[in-house]
Design a protein around this ligand. Structure first.
Ligand code: TYC
Length: 125
């Protein structure tokens, strides 16, 4: 049966003991280099960036935040804001770890600067 390697498994198989052992007089190191022939890609871990509802942040401010930091149209930003307002939490985007962390920091700094209690968090997918 054909073996399908899973994410993170090495694609090289164990190699039999090397017959060119060190000190056997052939002048070579006895160290083999195994060249990977099959290209492997690994998917990065992804994180959702979420906005949390509160009673004080103005709706227009939240729409502006979603437009500015998540590159959404006014229509999409309004949909996201209303979803958060009605459900308590909502997704603004999905990013790799460092990008998600940057978005959270940017939103939290911007909210604090404008003295709104808006909360933004990230969650591993
Ligand atoms: N609930 C807020 C209000 O009624 C609006 C709001 C929406 C606040 C989304 C935060 O993430 C939020 N003014």
């Amino acid at each position: 049966m054909a073996q399908v390697p899973r994410q993170g498994e090495p694609s090289t198989r164990p190699v039999a003991a090397n017959p060119r052992a060190p000190g056997n007089g052939d002048g070579r190191s006895g160290t083999a280099v195994i060249t990977r022939t099959k290209p492997r890609t690994k998917r990065p871990n992804l994180y959702r960036v979420l906005l949390l509802n509160d009673d004080y942040t103005p709706m227009e401010f939240v729409v502006h935040v979603v437009e500015r930091f998540f590159n959404k149209s006014r229509e999409d930003a309004t949909r996201i804001m209303l979803h958060v307002h009605q459900n308590g939490v909502g997704e603004c985007g999905i990013f790799t770890y460092e990008v998600a962390e940057t978005k959270v920091t940017q939103v939290m700094d911007f909210a604090r600067k404008h003295q709104h209690p808006l909360q933004c968090v990230m969650e591993k997918k």
